[in-house]
Design a protein around this ligand. Structure first.
Ligand code: ATP
Ligand code: MG
Length: 496
């Protein structure tokens, strides 16, 4: 399929179905994204073939029973979105008694039925393909126009559609935020009046939509919209406790606004989920820990939030566990919330304090914690941290993290040396190690067990005095190199 932005892998699937006498269309999110000029995350095909008929047409497929979806597997492509093209028989809406799952999955022979059961107009356009172009666009609900006008609107009556499956409420908001669309009035009103239904939706589905919203480019807007529609109450009510909690001091925003701004900073920097969640939750317990300080009558009133990071880490754990985030995500975010209050006056802080910090939050999290701090600061409305200080702090972290230059880097250790040279423990062994290390510093290629053993025997034949001299020279050189290493780190960060 030359000259077309629809990948060959996708056209091939559609053509194979059509050649076998079936109807086949691209449908759903991929058509929406394609018309928006965005790269679809995945390509979905719908057809009048049965799962068994689909399976027969392709070399490698995986049949996932619940919705009759057959994944056509393509192992040769590098593109993640094409490795697994999902082909689903036309479906028709059945009852949703529990508001979670359709009571049964009913297949249909008509594309019209399949489009009718989809959630939003922008998600219910079907497209058929010829070999090198779009053949036909089936757009029964004005989806194309809504894409053009940037409107989120349900297919059919929003009250009915939300009653069938309440997750659609959240999908509507998530997609509005992700795409920067406006929710059409009737749909919006129905979202507000059906918000209680969210209680019946499984927490995993809620979490997945919430995550997509957090990972979108404008999560601050997303959370504001969740609040305005009353949905946040069913997802993370703890956040709403921060509304109107003024902070004073360096803070001009209330806790809610500060947390949203911190999160937005993480999104602006395109940082990963764990940093975004930490930014969003780092001050979650400020409302519970607020105390008054200063003198109210003299107008010097301020607030304290002692221990908010300790309580906050516990509250964060509870929230993330309730939302069933993965163990790894929970542990990481909880740690970052717990340790976000670190003292960073580089004039006063010692390397020991930095080391302690790294032990607390974990080596693997220290750089992310620095980024949470950047979010925290930007979210306060203050400019970036004094650039020198920040660089100095980073240099200190690198210094604390680095392995010192030492004889432990040799491919042979004292014990092996004693065995090999058949001499007991004593200063001689130390001299030989340092002399060997001196050579390896000069030429790292020499750091092999074979060479070091050979060289050790040669050194052993030297007089005690000569060996001592060599050993001491080596030790001095090692210390110089170690110092140089630290200086290199400082230079790299332009600090002294
Ligand atoms: P994304 O870009 O996140 O993948 P999407 O709209 O493609 O968004 P999917 O979960 O991949 O979301 O769903 C594919 C399609 O299935 C949707 O575009 C929509 O047509 C339909 N769909 C998904 N969830 C629902 C639902 N709860 N009710 C009705 N139709 C749905
Ligand atoms: Mg999709």
């Amino acid at each position: 399929m030359k000259n077309s932005p629809i990948p060959t892998e996708v056209t091939d699937v559609i053509q194979a179905l059509e050649k076998a006498g079936f109807k086949a269309y691209l449908v759903g999110g991929c058509v929406r994204d394609f018309f928006l000029g965005n790269k679809p995350k995945d390509w979905d095909v719908t057809t009048d073939a049965t799962p068994e008929e689909i399976q027969k047409l392709f070399v490698k497929t995986v049949y996932e029973n619940t919705f009759g979806t057959v994944a056509v597997i393509n192992e040769t492509t590098e593109d993640e979105s094409l490795r697994n093209i999902e082909v689903t028989p036309f479906r028709t809406e059945s009852q949703y008694t529990d508001r979670r799952h359709p009571d049964q999955v009913l297949f249909s022979k008509n594309i019209e039925d399949d489009l009718k059961r989809r959630d939003l107009t922008i998600n219910s356009i079907a497209v058929s393909l010829s070999e090198d172009a779009i053949k036909d666009i089936i757009d029964l609900y004005g989806g194309f126009k809504d894409i053009k006008d940037k409107i989120i609107r349900t297919v059919g009556n929003p009250n009915d559609r939300f009653n069938e499956d309440a997750l659609r409420i959240l999908r509507a908001i998530r997609l509005a935020v992700e795409l920067g669309f406006t929710i059409e009035k009737e749909t919006y009103t129905a979202i507000q009046s059906h918000k209680n239904l969210l209680k019946e939706v499984s927490i995993e589905r809620i979490r997945d939509e919430f995550t997509k919203l957090i990972m979108s480019p404008q999560p601050k807007n997303g959370l504001m919209m969740l609040h305005e529609t009353g949905l946040l109450e069913f997802i993370v009510p703890e956040l709403e406790k921060g509304i109107g909690i003024e902070q004073r001091g360096t803070h001009i925003y209330d806790v809610w606004e500060h947390l949203l701004r911190s999160l937005q900073c993480a999104a602006d920097k395109e940082w990963p989920l764990e940093i975004r969640l930490s930014a969003l939750f780092h001050d979650i317990s400020k409302p519970k820990t607020r105390g008054i300080a200063g003198d109210v009558s003299r107008g010097t009133k301020t607030y304290t939030f002692y221990g908010h990071e300790v309580l906050g880490s516990r509250e964060t754990r509870k929230i993330l566990e309730r939302l069933k985030f993965s163990r790894a995500t929970i542990e990481k975010v909880v740690k970052m919330v717990r340790w976000h209050m670190f003292f960073s006056d580089t004039e006063q802080i010692t390397l020991t304090a930095v080391r302690r910090m790294i032990v607390n939050v974990g080596r693997e999290n220290i750089w992310d914690l620095m980024n949470v701090r950047i979010c925290d600061r930007i979210g306060t409305g203050r400019p970036k941290e004094n650039p020198y200080r920040l660089r100095k702090y980073k240099a200190m972290i690198e210094e604390a993290l680095r392995d010192p230059i030492s004889v432990a880097m040799l491919k042979i250790d004292g014990k092996q040396l004693m065995d090999y040279c058949k001499i007991p423990a004593g200063p001689k062994i130390g001299y030989i190690l340092h002399a060997l290390f001196d050579e390896v510093l000069e030429d790292p290629k020499l750091n092999t067990e074979e060479y070091l053993q050979k060289r050790a025997l040669e050194l052993l034949s030297l007089s005690d005095e000569e060996l001592k001299k060599k050993g001491e020279e080596g030790k001095e050189r090692k210390e110089e190199e170690d110092q140089k290493d630290i200086e290199d780190i400082r230079k790299k960060h332009f600090v002294s």
